[in-house]
Design a protein around this ligand. Structure first.
Ligand SMILES: CC(C)(COP(=O)(O)OP(=O)(O)OC[C@H]1O[C@@H](n2cnc3c(N)ncnc32)[C@H](O)[C@@H]1OP(=O)(O)O)[C@@H](O)C(=O)NCCC(=O)NCCS
Length: 213
């Protein structure tokens, strides 16, 4: 989606940046893990296919993707951005007749970062972004039946069970954005800042240039 190509969202523990070509090798490395393929119901892709996918995610109007960075690492300009990557988060507009309905996907790919509140923060940030910037009013998420962590996390955001597929061994949870959900998401809104990604990246790179006269 072009709308987020220069957007950086800064939370307390994470920074979300648009998925760009520099992120592809690390992303591809993650997705070659059978565990992550199972948890995210994804098929393995070649590196070339992953570059094509990144391009389509950037250009297609029905997909909005951010890469999740460790904010503490990202604050150190000597660490390349790829070295700060810990996961990704996506919004898919799945129903062309209803642009207010979005499917959410989230992955904290690096195992040592799980269970530390990043998933919850990223979900909240992406839902706030989807509601405010994309006009989303309903979210859905498909989760493997044995992925108790993910199911528990989405229930914290008032998602309820919509359907269960025994064939695919997955549950679909959904939530309509009402006042209660807004309170959970938007209460204490200073938890998130929005900035221009290009400028932030340039000043990070400039800070890392050796000093010369
Ligand atoms: C599912 C996932 C996004 C959760 O993110 P996370 O950073 O690990 O989770 P958080 O630390 O933010 O915790 C969020 C909630 O999940 C639940 N949770 C976290 N760790 C858990 C664990 N080990 N066991 C059970 N529930 C757990 C809790 O309800 C927690 O909320 P609480 O801390 O208020 O009690 C992350 O683990 C992940 O990406 N896993 C691999 C890929 C995946 O499963 N993606 C989801 C596909 S739909």
């Amino acid at each position: 989606m072009r709308i987020n190509e220069d957007i950086l969202l800064e939370g307390q523990k994470v920074v979300l940046v648009p998925y760009n070509a520099d992120h592809v090798p690390r992303y591809h490395q993650w997705m070659s893990s059978p565990d992550l393929q199972k948890l995210t119901a994804s098929e393995p892709l070649t590196l070339e296919q992953e570059y094509d996918m990144q391009k389509s995610w950037k250009e297609d109007n029905d997909k909005c993707t951010f890469i999740v960075l460790d904010k503490q690492k990202w604050a150190d300009p000597s660490i390349p951005e790829e070295g700060c990557m810990v996961g990704d988060v996506n919004i898919f507009l799945t129903d062309p007749s209803d642009p207010t309905l979005a499917e959410l996907e989230i992955m904290i790919a690096v195992p040592c970062y799980r269970g530390k509140g990043l998933g919850k923060e990223v979900t909240r940030m992406m839902m706030c972004y989807g509601i405010s910037m994309l006009g989303i009013k309903k979210f859905e998420v498909k989760i493997g039946l044995d992925n108790k962590t993910s199911i528990a996390m989405f229930k914290k955001f008032h998602f309820k069970e919509l359907t269960v597929s025994e064939v695919f061994q997955e549950v679909t949870l959904g939530v309509t954005v009402n006042e209660n959900v807004r309170k959970v998401l938007f209460g204490n809104m200073d938890f998130m800042l929005q900035r221009e990604y290009g400028k932030a990246r340039d000043s990070r790179q400039a800070a890392n240039q050796p000093f010369s006269l």
